[in-house]
Design a protein around this ligand. Structure first.
Ligand SMILES: [Zn+2]
Length: 282
């Protein structure tokens, strides 16, 4: 079973505008139209069995609505291999009840984006959310490290994650982008042995820009096979999850990259889906 733990969609009505804004900000080329049906078509085309959608609330006001529509996506599309997580925002006051409601809605976890949400992951407002999510058995996945669209900005560094875990204790936490995009030495140093999960999103293979010359080649480096080996040794390959960050890469390309990394068959199968299936309780 192949599971893509890291994908994004937008409501049909705003997908074109939202994607357009993100293309402008990130100078990156999308591989779907950003809609749920676009992701579904891409999932089928690329041979992924289950794509996990990660919604991001950029204001507290959006939280309840996004969680309702995430539950709606699951009702309609869980038989079609799409499954959405919920969201939370650090300024959402009634986070305790909303996180409980997220669980009642059947959402297995939440996505946090400390850069878009302009808050450090070890800020008290996130710590209390992490603590409550852990109490409820919700998985938390957080954007970690830099974001291509926000040069120089980090609100979830490996050291901050380590600090947050030391406050909250261990629970199912996924640090996206291999523990911190472009913070990979720090991730190995700070996070190995903590028991957290990492996803491969935007961390392997080639990144695709709109070709406007905004980035130099060294702005967009990713991990090579030797580095992936190092992460497997440090974290245990059972803690690494395949994620594409669709629409920003084509899952088929990323799968092909992973298959070229010289991993043992068992490790590869775990990363491509077995590990996520266990984590999601499938
Ligand atoms: Zn993402």
């Amino acid at each position: 079973m192949i599971i893509d733990i890291h994908t994004h969609t937008f409501p049909d009505k705003i997908a074109a505008a939202a994607l357009g804004k993100l293309i402008e900000k990130g100078h990156s080329k999308p591989f779907s139209d950003g809609t749920v049906s676009g992701l579904l078509a891409q999932r089928r085309r690329s041979g992924v069995d289950l794509s996990v959608i990660l919604p991001v609330a950029t204001t507290a006001r959006q939280v309840v609505h996004i969680n309702d529509s995430s539950a709606g996506i699951n009702e309609t599309f869980s038989g079609e291999g799409l499954f959405s997580f919920g969201c939370m925002h650090p300024d959402f006051e009634d986070y305790r009840n909303e996180l409980a409601r997220i669980r009642t809605l059947g959402l297995k976890g939440i996505k946090l984006h400390p850069i878009y949400q302009e808050t450090d992951i070890d800020d008290i407002r996130f710590l209390r959310i992490l603590d409550r999510a852990a109490e409820l058995g919700l998985i938390v996945i957080a954007h970690a490290g830099y974001d291509v669209g926000y040069p120089g900005v980090v609100h979830c560094s490996p050291a901050m994650i380590r600090h947050a875990l030391s406050e909250v204790g261990s629970f199912p936490f996924i640090a996206a982008h291999m523990g911190g995009w472009h913070c990979w030495d720090e991730a190995l140093r700070e996070l190995a042995g903590t028991g957290i999960y990492l996803d491969t999103a935007v961390s392997i293979g080639q990144l695709h820009t709109i070709g406007d010359g905004f980035y130099t080649e060294e702005d967009l480096y990713t991990l090579n096979a030797a580095q992936i080996r190092e992460f497997c040794n440090a974290f245990g390959s059972g803690h690494i999850l395949f994620g594409s960050d669709s629409p920003w890469t084509d899952p088929a390309d990323d799968m092909a990259e992973l298959r070229k990394m010289g991993l043992m068959q068992e490790e590869l199968e775990g990363i491509l889906g077995g590990n996520a299936a266990r984590l999601l309780g499938l």
